[in-house]
Structures are given as structure tokens and as C-alpha cells.
Ligand binder design. Sequence first.
Ligand SMILES: Cc1ncc(COP(=O)(O)O)c(C=O)c1O
Length: 366
Amino acid sequence: MYDLKKHYLADEKIILNKISSVLKKGVLEMGEEVEKFEDNFKKYCNAKYCITVSSGSMALLLSLKSLGLKKNDEVITVANSDIPTSHAISLVGAKIKWVDVNEDTLNIDEEKIEQSINRKTKAILPVHLFGNPCNMSKILSIARKYKLKIIEDACLATGAEYKNKKIGSFGDLTVFSTNPGKILDGIGPGGIITTNKKNLYDKLKQLRDYGRKKRPGKWPVKSYLVGYNSKLSTINAAILNIRLKHLDDYVIRRNYNAGLYKHLLNSEKIKIQKILPNAKSAWRNFPIRVKNRNIIYNKIYSKNSNVKLNYLPPNHKDNCYINLRSVNNLKITEKTSSEIINLPCHPYMDESEITKLSKDLLKIIN
Ligand SMILES: Cc1ncc(COP(=O)(O)O)c(C=O)c1O
């Protein structure tokens, strides 16, 4: 999905110099680079607070923890996300309420959210799938009506926009992944949470660091709640500081590639993900939907191994959830999951690669 080698080589010198300077400084946990990144990223998203953590999965888990979710509380989300979205809800002991998706956007169908809300519902966890922003206005108004919290899974949507604002300050909490290959990525696992709420920020800082309020300067240091060790590595933060400066360019380039695919794959046999008119996707990849997907996938994979099938099976059909009895009707989730092929859309692709892949696909499909 990404050319990590080209990505590294684009900034090789500056990355190597930075790694060397961090190592020479001898601060490899938290420190200036982490603080700088958190400050830079909150400004980028126009959010009041930013906390880095060890992965997008941990960002989801800690976010749910920070809201104080308990056993029997229910969280609404989608089943066509990567499995960690659902796992995070299970890991806090809450119950997952999967809602079906919209066939065109592949995001949560806002029209079906209200029918899944009951007394136990505490939060909505929309996923900006493949970088495509959800209809946040509708989701926010439902959350307001029923007094629910919103945690946005923006693990694939760093740099995406909704109503001319960066994703990162719509819900109570927004979660990003900086795992290698994501829109903004480091050289190992990493995650980010943004929020405008000081109480959530304070709690998250403790949750990621053994329940401590402060990094130990002078021992002893107290732990105020039962927490985790879930910190972003300092070297990773340093690299993210370098790459954050290019994030808008990455997203522009991805949008250019998506535009090219749309133009080249103009066929009634191919369905393209719809982006809301007031949104800008980060295009983590370019999902197309086709009939006879598995046959087409096998053929195109033999020509280009960067095409992928994410995320299969949908979460409710995965082995770990096999014993769940009551699952909503997820007809569109199941239908679209059986049709999607994800094409690479990263900034280091050149036009000839996109043209060849598109031509190969059309030959196979027609
Ligand atoms: C939608 C979504 N949510 C959460 C995650 C988890 O992020 P991480 O791999 O950083 O733990 C991913 C990872 O790809 C993802 O795609």
C-alpha cells in the first residue's frame, strides 16, 4: 500500500541526522521531540490538546477508558473497519453495537444510528474509512440529542477535512495511527489522540504513563489511576515532526492520484467510494467495488501485489466474535465487503504506475 523505501529516501539525510541527534542527547522516552510533536499536531488539527501513545489501537482503547466506559455500556460503530476498532470496545468490557454502512461512502449510515440507541448506549465510534470523512454534522447532532460521546477513528484519515476543517476536533476524542504506511507515519507503531476537553486530556496523560500525572524528575512519583505504558517513542516523534511538515503535500498528492484513478476507471462495472461534497478524503488507498471480486482480485494481484483486500472478514464475522449472538442486520456491510478491492494511492506513485494498474484492471473486468 505504501512505498516505505521511497518514503524514507525522500528525507533520508534529515532523518538520519535527527536520529543521531536524539540518540546523542540520550533522551529516548518522552522529552522535547514528543512535546514538540504534540504541540505541532494539535495546531495542525486546530484542537486544544494532543496526546501521543504507542499505537492507533492503544489510542482507541485509552480513549474509551478515559470516558469511563463500563461493562454493559454500549458503543456504536461499524463492522467494516480494521479489527482493532471493535477490539478496543471489547477490551474496555463494553458491548459493540455494529451499525450498517452507507453503500456509497462506505462509512456509518447515519440514518441507521438512532434505531440502535438505547439506555445503555454511551458513545458513537465512527470510522473515516480509507480516509473518507463521515457525515460529522449528522453524527454530532445525534450525539447531542442522546447525550452520547463521540470517538472518531481517524487512523486512516490524518490530514482529511470536513467542512474546511481538519479531522481532529469534531468529536470528543479523535484517534490517529502513525504506524508505517499510514498517511502520516513513523518508523514503528504509534498513535495520536486529539481532544478539546481538558479533563479527558489529563486522564489520557495518566493512562498512557502508569497512572502518573508527571514524568519522574525526582522520585518518588505517585500513580493516581491504574494505567498502561503506552508512550510514543522519542525517535518516532522526531521523525513525525519532520514528516508533519509534508502532510498537506502527501494528502494533495493522494487526492491527485485518486482523481487520476477516477478518470481512468470510468466504467459502469466499477463503483468508486463517494466523498461528501463538503469533505476531502486523505485517500489512504483507493477502494473500488466490483462484481466477482475474488476472481478479479486474484488476476490483478498477479500483476500488482500492492492491491489489497481490507478489511476481511467484516469484524462481526471474524473468529474472535464468532460467539456473538445478536448482531444487527449488516447487509450493506457484508455486500460491500465482498466487492471491495483496495488500490494503492500513496504519494510516491507515478502516473505511469496508476495508468498501467487501471488499464490492467479494465482489461480484466471488461
Ligand atoms: C481504521 C483503523 N483503526 C485502527 C487501527 C489501529 O491502528 P494501529 O495499527 O496503529 O494500532 C487501524 C490500523 O490500520 C485502522 O486501519
